[in-house]
Structures are given as structure tokens and as C-alpha cells.
Design a protein around this ligand. Sequence first.
Ligand SMILES: NC(=O)c1ccc[n+]([C@@H]2O[C@H](COP(=O)([O-])OP(=O)(O)OC[C@H]3O[C@@H](n4cnc5c(N)ncnc54)[C@H](O)[C@@H]3O)[C@@H](O)[C@H]2O)c1
Length: 261
Amino acid sequence: MGRLEGKSVIITGAGSGIGRAASLLFTREGARLIAVDRTDGVKETVEMVKQAGGTAEAVMADAGSEADVIGFIRKAVSAHGKLDAIWANAGVSGGLVPLAEQTPEHWQEVLRVNLIGPFLAVKHSIPLMTAQGHGAIVCTASVAGLKSGASGHPYAASKAGVISLVQTTAYSLSGTGVRINAVCPGLIETGMTKPTFDRAKQRGTESKIGQLNPLKRAGQPHELAAMGLFLASDDASYVNGQAIPVDGGLTASMPYTGKPI
Ligand SMILES: NC(=O)c1ccc[n+]([C@@H]2O[C@H](COP(=O)([O-])OP(=O)(O)OC[C@H]3O[C@@H](n4cnc5c(N)ncnc54)[C@H](O)[C@@H]3O)[C@@H](O)[C@H]2O)c1
């Protein structure tokens, strides 16, 4: 028996990186998946799932649009009769724009995808999950939502907002049997961070990537997928309202000299 055997699951941002790794892992564990992305990378993900013997359907949609969110949640219910878990994972980095040059429009787009997207996933999953009396919601935040120094301002604010959304919603869901948690990735090698990795390769400084955390390396998408699987499954039946870093230990310390004490 897989850890998500027969469960109806939605993952957004499934066309690349963490969402693709999660799609492969969740379906290997028996989930019946609606894989969502705004790019057609999601079709490739679903092909990979099917080749591995899993069950998935691709939906091209904007995770920050309420009509689209309603649409893909309806799709999961019509295909699988229920919704057991949703991972609101789609996100954009917003780049590194100097503060004085940032515009409200730039902030609005980053917040729309990264924060309003998870809010909409929460809003439209909750009625189904509370009626069932169970459900697991996972949202992708970031270490950038916990501390400064990992991203631009709108991205950091959006991810701090996701953590707050998760904490406040856990209490909105009191007594319903529905759980909600966030994962806070550190530096993970995905489409989003490809420019950083490419630049380091060009400069020959690849070995320096991830040196600030005690594991001394960047993370891989499957290492996030593993935490998402835990949180989406009944293994995490008493884990609720938390924002869990998966960052090699990066956020465990104050800034330090790098020498072991
Ligand atoms: N890679 C990292 O180091 C890192 C660190 C912290 C947090 N995160 C978060 O992890 C999540 C997954 O990102 P990733 O690193 O796998 O990057 P990625 O770019 O490889 O994947 C993100 C996916 O989200 C999709 N997407 C973006 N906006 C969308 C929208 N409006 N609707 C539907 N799909 C949309 C993209 O098309 C892409 O396929 C994001 O929320 C990101 O902010 C990543």
C-alpha cells in the first residue's frame, strides 16, 4: 500500500522543479493526481507519471486566478469523487529588483501568484474537505518568508504571507479534521534557481553553492517532495499549522563564521 493509496490530490506548479518531483513521488505512492501548471511542462510531467505506471491528468491553468482554481478543484472532484490533499506550490521569484525601482504592479503580480494563489486553493478546498471530515493542505512558502537575505522584497513578503495564511487557517479549521502546513525550501536546484546555478557554473564557483548551510550543498526537488508527501499523508496526522524548513539547516543558526565551535 502506498502512503497516498487511492487519494485524490492536486499539485500546482507541477510542470517543473519541486511540483514535478512531487507529482512523481505522490503518484508512486498511489495518489490519483490532477497536475496543474500554466506551462505545458505539466503535460510532460503527466507523461512521466504515466510511464512510471501512475495516474495523473494535466490541467493548464493559472494558480492565481479564482476561476481557474475553481476549475481544477472541480476537475479533481469530477475525476476522483473527492479531494484528499492539495499542494499549492506554484510560485514566481519576482527577480532581484532594487527597492527604489520596484513598482506596485510588480508587487501585485508576485503576491497574486505566490500568496493569493495559495489563499484561493485553501478557500475552495475547505468546503469539500470539511464536508468529508478530513483533508490535508500543503503550501509552499520559503526560508525567504522566515528571514531576510534569500530573495527580493515582494517574494519574501509573499512567502511570509503564506506562513501567516497557514497559521491563521489552521485555527479557522478548528475541529474539522482538516490540516494545513507549509514547507519552507532553502536553495533548491529547480527552474526558478537555474540562473543562479548557470552563473556559478560559468564562473567555476559551483562548489560554493549551498556553503552557508551545514550540509554544504543545495537541495534537490525530491527532498522537498518527500516533506510534502509526509505532510499530505496520514503519517502527519498530528502536524498542523506549521512552517517547516527544508533547507539543510540554513535557518537553524544566527550568522556565524563557518568554523565549527
Ligand atoms: N527553488 C528554490 O530554491 C525555492 C526556494 C524556496 C521556495 N521555492 C518555492 O517552491 C515552489 C516551486 O518552485 P520551484 O523551485 O520548483 O521552481 P520552478 O520554476 O521549477 O517551478 C515552479 C512552477 O510553477 C509554475 N507557475 C508559476 N506561476 C504559475 C501560475 N500562476 N499558475 C500555475 N503555475 C505557475 C511554473 O510554470 C513552474 O512550472 C515555488 O512556490 C517557489 O517559490 C523554491
